[in-house]
Design a protein around this ligand. Structure first.
Ligand code: SF4
Ligand code: SF4
Length: 402
């Protein structure tokens, strides 16, 4: 008797439908392999917010009894496979359900697998993924991170590629034939998608990771009060007034000390302080009070607070003064303004390198211009995808038209 426990770590809302399809696909493929299965979301992750890391789980077992045994737990404490569908989450996860930073491989059992969609090299990813004291495997599906708009699904075959890869990782629970059969029978499936699953199975890259390899940083954590230490009654204190900076020439707003939002972003703003006209618009529009007012009147985005929404880039009136850049090309959360103050010429070189990186500045989600999503969908259809309305799980799909 045995069971296969998988978690899907995804970005709230943008990848909700994708994650739901993956765990559902796992269960249906397991049934085709004569196993039992169940899929569910983590209660503490709801309601979701844009970009917030969230989890779904799928459990497959040889027998009904064993499945029930696993279902009796509130949520799995250990998983055989961690499926990560945005590689910037390799830096760690801070969700609604978790205080502090949870390494992406925290629940992965010894000799278990982290399955990730990524175009990065294994070594680059290991610079971000925290080390473990047991061996584990990193399996890569070479694919761009799949993001949709809110509540919809981008038809780029990511879900079936993950299912095909899982058949390679755990063939005793999901055979490739069972996965393909399940895909073809699902309302969003097709022969083309079954072919994508087979390709992912054949092309999966796996590397064994030794104990101690990876990011040596100790993940930050918070000491939360015990229930008997909490105050009586329910009060929510207002955010205190911020602090002056450098003798009152600047200002640093107060922020939530227990929730650092940098794991909610896939992109971060990079600012050209030389071209900033000090219009205040980014400061006013930022939904998370991320900008510190600097002594010279420019604004520095605090990287421990930014959720990566891209609003500041959209409102900034100066061309290329704020540019959103993919999180994977950064190794720290240091102040950009301090870097600029210290050495303006060196900052210019750094900035030009970051915002000139065409791959890293392609928007992973959110829009740069009206009609962008329609263009992306058309490109997907031209590449062999199917109409998005065919891909919305649930009965209402058939009532919708393109
Ligand atoms: S992307 Fe810009 S607007 Fe959005 S949270 Fe970060 S700094 Fe604020
Ligand atoms: S919106 Fe742009 S120009 Fe205006 S203060 Fe912010 S960075 Fe400077």
């Amino acid at each position: 008797m045995s069971a296969l426990i998988s978690e899907v770590v995804y970005r709230g809302i943008f990848q909700k439908n994708l994650a739901a399809r993956i765990v559902r696909g796992i269960v249906l493929s397991a049934r085709k392999s004569d196993r039992w299965g169940i899929a569910f979301g983590r209660y503490g992750d709801s309601p979701q917010r844009n970009g917030i890391p969230a989890k779904d789980f799928a459990i497959v077992a040889d027998t009904k009894e064993e499945l029930e045994q696993n279902m009796a737990r509130y949520e799995p404490k250990h998983v055989d496979v961690t499926i990560c569908i945005d590689d910037t989450l390799s830096k760690g996860v801070e969700s609604w359900a978790w205080y502090g930073l949870q390494p992406i491989n925290r629940l992965t059992v010894p000799n278990g697998t982290v399955l990730m969609t990524s175009l990065q090299s294994v070594d680059d990813l290991l610079g971000d993924i925290h080390q473990k004291d047991a061996p584990w495997k990193l399996s890569l599906i070479r694919a761009k991170t799949s993001f949709s708009g809110l509540w919809v699904y981008k038809e780029d075959h990511t879900e079936v590629r993950v299912l095909g890869a899982l058949a390679k990782i755990a063939p005793s629970f999901l055979t490739l034939d069972a996965v393909c059969q399940a895909i073809k029978e699902m309302e969003w499936g097709s022969d083309l998608k079954a072919a994508s699953a087979r390709k992912a199975y054949e092309r999966l890259e796996t590397r064994e990771i030794k104990p101690g390899a990876g990011n040596p940083e100790t993940p930050y954590s918070f000491e939360m009060p015990r229930w008997w230490e909490m105050r009586e009654g329910v009060t929510i204190p207002a955010i205190p007034i911020g602090k002056p900076k450098e003798g009152g020439k600047g200002y640093v707003p107060e922020r939530n000390p227990y929730f650092k939002k940098f794991t909610t972003r896939t992109m971060r703003p990079v600012i050209d302080f030389d071209t900033c006209v000090k219009c205040n618009l980014c400061w006013i529009a930022c939904p998370d009070s991320v900008f510190d007012v600097m002594p010279d009147g420019t604004f520095d985005a605090n990287m421990e607070a930014c959720c990566g929404c891209g609003v500041c880039e959209a409102v900034c009136p100066v061309e290329s003064c704020i540019t959103m850049v993919n999180e994977s090309v950064f190794n720290d959360h240091a102040s950009q303004w301090e870097m600029w103050r210290k050495d303006k010429a060196a900052y210019k070189v750094w900035l030009t390198d970051k915002i000139g990186n065409k791959k890293a500045t392609v928007r992973s989600h959110g829009f740069r211009f009206r009609g962008q999503y329609e263009e992306e969908l058309k490109a997907d259809l031209d590449a062999g995808g199917v109409a998005i309305t065919a891909g919305i799980p649930g009965e209402n799909a058939k009532h919708k038209t393109v």
